[in-house]
Design a protein around this ligand. Sequence first.
Ligand SMILES: [Mg+2]
Length: 224
Amino acid sequence: MTSSGFSAFSASQPLAIFSDFDGTIAHPDTLNFLAETFSSLEFRHGIGKRIASGELSLRDGIQQEVAVIQGTLEEILSYLKKHVEIDKAFPAFAGWCCEENIPLTILSAGIKDIIENLLRPYNLKQVKILANPLRIDQGRWSLQFLDETPWGHDKSRAVRQAKTEGHCVVYLGDGLSDRGAAQIADLVFAKAGLARFCAEQQIPHKVFADFHEVQRELMPLLRR
Ligand SMILES: [Mg+2]
């Protein structure tokens, strides 16, 4: 990270941490993985390109990806559990946040039911999850989006709210749905596409690989 990112932190402001789920806590991105499984890599890349160019809203792109998924939630979960890994350092990171009284919220443009289920074994009751609930109607998968925005779930809303309440906001993410939140967060940890976006937009950020690294970077800030 450029030092300007951390210099925005004031010890007088309590931290609030918000993190994306897919591609940030879970690898691979569950929705991308399912879209590739039930359709193809080309299908998924095509949607990604149309979202990036502005031709398609994130909301409509995600809904198209979700629509190709076939099976019961139980079947999809058991498939995902075989192929998706939760960042090994995330449960300890969540525990550390709890000990330090730092609110930790997962902000996802994806499927709430999947996130809850994949995290259930870790018993992270203190972690709040804001994501789109799943609807399966006669076998057809769709999302009930959290808001009316073109993102389906505008992650910047929760970040803005926390800032209004006086928090220094830490944001972690990897993709398109994280851009708006990263633009207004005080400290940004980024991977993949979000890291490239932040570099292009000159948004101070730290590129990170796992939550152990994030915790190590944040710990000294609490002692300032
Ligand atoms: Mg993501």
